[in-house]
Structures are given as C-alpha cells and as structure tokens.
Design a protein around this ligand. Structure first.
Ligand SMILES: [Cu+2]
Length: 179
C-alpha cells in the first residue's frame, strides 16, 4: 500500500510539473563506435524573413537574416566568408577505414554534406561570391533539419565535404588504415 501511495504521489508530482506531458522521442540508434559530425547553424526562428527559403526550425537561435547577410562578406575578402555559426562540428575528423561517420543536421536550416574533389562554391549564387561551383553540387542531396546520413566505406586518405548551400561549411575526414 505504501509503495502504491509513493508511486501515486510521484505520478501527481510528474503531472503537476509537466514532465509527463512532454512527449518522449527515442533517439535514433547510433552505434557507439560511430564518429560524429554535427551540422550547425543558429538561425533565429522569430525572424519571418527565413520563411521564403525554408524557414528556421530551431527552438532557439540568435542570428536573423540581417546579421547573416552582414557576415556573408568581409571588406578584406573578394570571396564569400559566411557566418561562422553555420559550420560542421568538428570541421576535421580522423577515422580508421573500418569506422563510420554519422552526420546529423542539428541546425534549423537545410544543409548538404557533399563530398567534393575540391572545395568550391555551392548552388545558391548569392552565397557563392568569388567561388566556382563544385560540380558535385549539381546533384547534392539536401539534409533538412534533424536529418542524418551515415558515411561508411571511405577509402584511406582525405575526404572533403562541403555544404552546397553555404559553401564555407567545410569538413575534412581523414581516413587512416586500421591500427
Ligand atoms: Cu549549409
């Protein structure tokens, strides 16, 4: 009886504090030995100006489109610089040939994580100033917010990945032979 009362009290407390009302969402299963790269941005969901280009699905974010546009360039650069809150985290990762990399978009905007032979521009001309479009960007796959992709079977050597929307978002995955 005492146990029942304690359980009931906990249940009432849970409902009162609201945590039971929060829907539980399971994390997708990711093997422990997967290495990870997180695609990040910090778009401000309260800025309606994101809407025409896909919106911003972050719960919180502090970069509105005006700030984003200011940081696109620098008076000291002929090429696009880009807001540094739009980045691949980490931008450099070392794995061995038997390892996989899980890449997940934790930003509020759509990105791509596209392997290219050489870093270049993406497919959105206003975000491409001073860059030549990487040919791989013609067929790049979008990763909407929350989406992930698993990279497996990468050969030994350096693999270059970039976003084909925000071409300053780059990453190198160095693949080494198994120890
Ligand atoms: Cu991007």
């Amino acid at each position: 009886m005492r146990k029942t009362r304690v359980a009931l009290a906990l249940l009432v407390l849970g409902v009162a504090t609201g945590f039971l009302a929060t829907p539980w969402r399971p994390e997708p299963v990711v093997a422990d030995d997967d290495k990870k790269i997180v695609i990040r941005d910090d778009c401000d969901p309260d800025d309606p100006a994101w809407a025409p280009t896909g919106g911003c699905s972050r719960q919180q974010g502090d970069v509105d489109t005006a700030e984003f546009n200011v940081e696109l360039g620098s008076p000291l650069s002929l090429a696009v610089v880009g807001h540094q809150a739009w980045w691949n985290d980490p931008p450099y990762l070392k794995i061995e040939t038997d390892e996989a990399v899980r890449v997940r978009n934790r930003g509020g905007r759509t990105h791509t994580f596209t392997e290219v032979a050489a870093f270049g521009g993406g497919r959105v001309p206003p975000l491409n100033r001073g860059l030549v479009r990487a040919p791989e960007c013609a067929t790049a796959t979008n990763l909407p917010p929350g989406a992930s992709v698993k990279l497996t079977g990468l050969s030994e050597g350096n693999h270059r990945f970039q976003c084909c929307i925000h071409p300053w978002m780059r990453a190198i995955v160095k693949v080494k032979a198994e120890d």
